[in-house]
Design a protein around this ligand. Structure first.
Ligand SMILES: [Zn+2]
Length: 328
């Protein structure tokens, strides 16, 4: 039995997102022809619905009354997959975003793979994101991929372009998932929020902040931090556009959690650098902008490894790097 992480709560019927329709249609066709490969790697940008597609596929494969657009939502299997209590579905995700998936979790998966399906024809193993596996976990997981059972489907999710071990990639059929164009992501986001919550200005700001990734934008728009994130993004964007330090930045940084601060400033800096004319990419400001990105990457790495738990120091460092773009 697998408990779904709190952030993955599917509705009765899992349906793919509009930008995944073509992929879904191919998966559905292959399954009906009994040609769906038993190990699949779904590669896409985080925050664009990769997990939603993987979960929809898992539920579709287990549903006893499958239709082309997805699971039926009403059969015993669908009720069990919605609660995470289906005995033939094993979901392996890190306990927290950014944490590793260790060998113990994979040993459990190997035991799961060795058994026969309890309720239907198939079992499904969903691993996401694959890049969270430790090297030892990858090695152990190879066992599942090397001895595929005709009753088991393995669905792995990973970030586009992430260099997974060749031994893993070569044993999976790879599916490149598209990211939505901004207007399509925006339209979906407005609909997902419903009229009451949707302010198109807020949606535009959050989509910009999230690099056009609509599911990430939705999560942030529904978080308690939403206003503080937008405010920090606007402060940082204004100072970059106007080309001068901002006193408001310190306060903006203080109002946001350290991890989110790094995400917001990184995303705002990247957009600014992307939009600079080529002739300005070697300017003093641009070079300091790249240096500030490097500082952010180092702070994130230090925070992950637990060597820099000092929040005040992190806030000071990142504010100084941003305001220092225009030092003489
Ligand atoms: Zn069903």
């Amino acid at each position: 039995m697998t408990e779904l992480p709190p952030r993955v709560i599917p509705p009765a019927q899992s349906r793919c997102l509009p930008w995944h329709h073509a992929t879904w249609s191919s998966l559905d066709t292959l399954f009906k022809k009994e040609r769906l490969p038993h190990a699949m790697l779904l590669e896409g940008q985080p925050g664009t619905g990769r997990n939603r597609l993987a979960l929809s596929l898992a539920r579709y494969l287990l549903c006893s009354n499958t239709r082309s657009e997805g699971n039926c939502g009403g059969c015993k299997t669908c009720i069990l997959t919605a609660s995470g209590a289906h005995p033939d579905l094993s979901i392996v995700m890190p306990a927290e975003t950014g944490k590793a998936i260790g060998i113990d979790a994979i040993r459990e998966v190997i035991r799961f793979a060795a058994g026969t399906p309890t309720l239907g024809r198939y079992k499904v193993i969903l691993v996401s994101p694959a890049e969270s596996l430790t090297p030892a976990a990858f090695n152990a997981f190879l066992k599942c991929l090397e001895e595929p059972s005709s009753e088991t489907f393995i669905v792995m999710v990973s970030a586009s372009g992430y260099p997974l071990p060749a031994t893993i990639r070569s044993r999976c059929q790879r599916w490149q998932l598209p990211s939505p164009a901004v207007p399509l992501g925006r339209e979906w986001l407005l609909e997902a929020l419903g009229e009451a919550e949707a302010s198109s200005q807020l949606v535009d700001s959050m989509l910009e902040l999230c690099g056009g990734r609509p599911l990430e934008a939705l999560e942030k728009l529904q978080s308690d931090d939403c206003d503080a994130l937008i405010s920090l993004h606007r402060t940082a964007r204004t100072m970059l556009q106007e080309g001068r330090p901002s006193r408001a930045l310190e306060q903006g940084v203080a109002n946001v959690q350290p991890d989110s601060t790094l995400d917001v400033l990184e995303s705002t800096l990247q957009s600014w650098l992307r939009e600079l004319p080529a002739t300005q990419l070697r300017s003093q400001e641009a070079l300091r902008g790249f240096a500030a990105l490097e500082t952010i990457a180092q702070l994130r790495a230090a925070k992950r490894s637990g060597t820099n738990p000092n929040v005040d120091l992190l806030r000071f460092t990142v504010t100084s790097a941003m305001n220092g773009l225009w030092d003489k």
